[in-house]
Design a protein around this ligand. Structure first.
Ligand code: GLV
Ligand code: MG
Length: 368
């Protein structure tokens, strides 16, 4: 909240008649945010069949949509939003969009078209290339004006992509810039370009970014630098994801991994998603239906983790003190971690019957 603003003003609508801002962003499962190009008839045709099979469908208007197709994509999204049963507005699958960047000639028309036409269906607007709180303030006020005009009774939430160096430097103020802020995604491709990183990929690791085992020392005490040594590839995105997770947690909003461009490499994709999950992210983007399955697997706690978490919770009684389980000390802090897992499992079980069956099959007192 800017210092010049009263705390009381922060939750007042930014336009007369706009819906009251939320004081908390409710958790809604969003393990996979599946991107589609609404101007691509083949992709658009698959959307009705995907409702109920993925947590979020996102109509992409920005990068990956050709300049000549920007209007068709916007209009296609309006059609899909109006005609697709169960999409958005509390249906089983949320409807999000990624608008064009605020410095493009299309962003304003994106918002002024989408909000009156499908504002009652749109859950979240993803804003790319966010540089600082000023970008969120611009979208915040504009959305309030459009919501008031359209007579909407629920605020549309805002999600920022972290994909500029300045955005990373301002990440905390971006997360706290508006009560609409729902979350952040890592945008590794644009971020790499903006930082002048020397990579050419969309997300994922790089074989050149590594550490090497120390050289063996020969009998004269000389380091054998040419000897074979194990190398360990490092994660180029660790720093940014960790910062993003802290900034989101601090502001009660949700962090996400972004795109993983090597669609064929499902194994490395799963690793990258899992690193993000372990660090605190709640979901990721999916660029191809096969990444939806990976995201659902990775961003749902495993049966083993849930069994262990429930067992710790049962053993910890009132939640204070310490117990020994399998030779390991558990205390208030490990219990809190376990409760994060148990809560998430419950929230996901409520919308995913397969997961519910798997979690329900865990014997109570498992392994005790
Ligand atoms: C996503 O938009 C990216 O730039 O990685
Ligand atoms: Mg980008």
């Amino acid at each position: 909240m800017p210092a010049s603003q009263s705390a009381k003003d922060f939750f007042r609508p930014l336009a007369v008649g706009a819906p009251t801002p939320l004081t908390e962003i409710p958790f809604r499962p969003s393990r996979a945010i599946h991107f589609f190009d609404p101007s691509n008839a083949k992709m658009a045709g698959k959307i009705p069949g995907m409702v109920g099979t993925v947590d979020v469908l996102l109509g992409n208007l920005e990068d990956a949509v050709k300049a000549d197709n920007k209007v068709a994509a916007r209009e296609g999204l309006v059609r899909i939003g109006q005609e697709t049963e169960g999409l958005g507005a509390g249906g089983p699958t949320q409807l999000w969009t990624r608008i064009n960047s605020l410095d493009s000639p299309w962003a304003l028309d994106d918002l002024t078209t989408l909000v009156p036409a499908i504002g009652d269906r749109l859950d979240v607007v993803m804003v790319p290339k966010v540089q600082g709180a000023e970008d969120i303030h611009y979208v915040d006020r504009l959305l309030a004006q459009l919501e008031a005009k359209a007579g909407l009774d629920r605020p549309i939430l805002v999600h920022a992509i972290l994909e500029t160096a300045r955005g990373v430097a301002n990440v905390e103020e971006i997360c706290g810039a508006s009560p609409r802020m729902q979350g952040l995604s890592l945008g590794p491709a644009d971020l790499a370009a903006d930082r002048r990183m020397k990579t050419t990929r969309v997300g994922g690791g790089h074989p050149g970014y590594l550490v090497r085992q120390d050289p063996p020392i020969d009998e004269l005490g000389v380091a054998q630098v040419e000897a074979p040594r194990t190398t360990y590839q490092q994660d180029l995105w660790h720093y940014t994801i960790a910062r993003m997770v802290d900034a989101c947690a601090m502001h009660g909003i949700y962090p996400y991994y972004g795109p993983f461009g090597d669609i064929a490499d499902t194994v490395a994709c799963e690793d990258q998603f899992r690193n993000a999950f372990l660090l605190g992210c709640v979901g990721t983007w999916s660029l191809h239906p096969k990444q939806v399955a990976i995201a659902h697997r990775v961003f749902s706690p495993s049966v083993e983790d849930v069994a262990h978490a429930r067992r710790v919770a049962a053993a910890m009684g009132d939640g204070t003190g310490a117990v020994m389980l399998d030779g390991k000390m558990e205390d208030d802090a490990s219990l809190k971690q376990c409760l994060v897992m148990v809560d998430l499992a419950e929230q996901l079980a409520a919308i995913d019957p397969e997961l519910k069956a798997a979690y329900d099959a865990i014997p109570s007192g498992e392994g005790a």
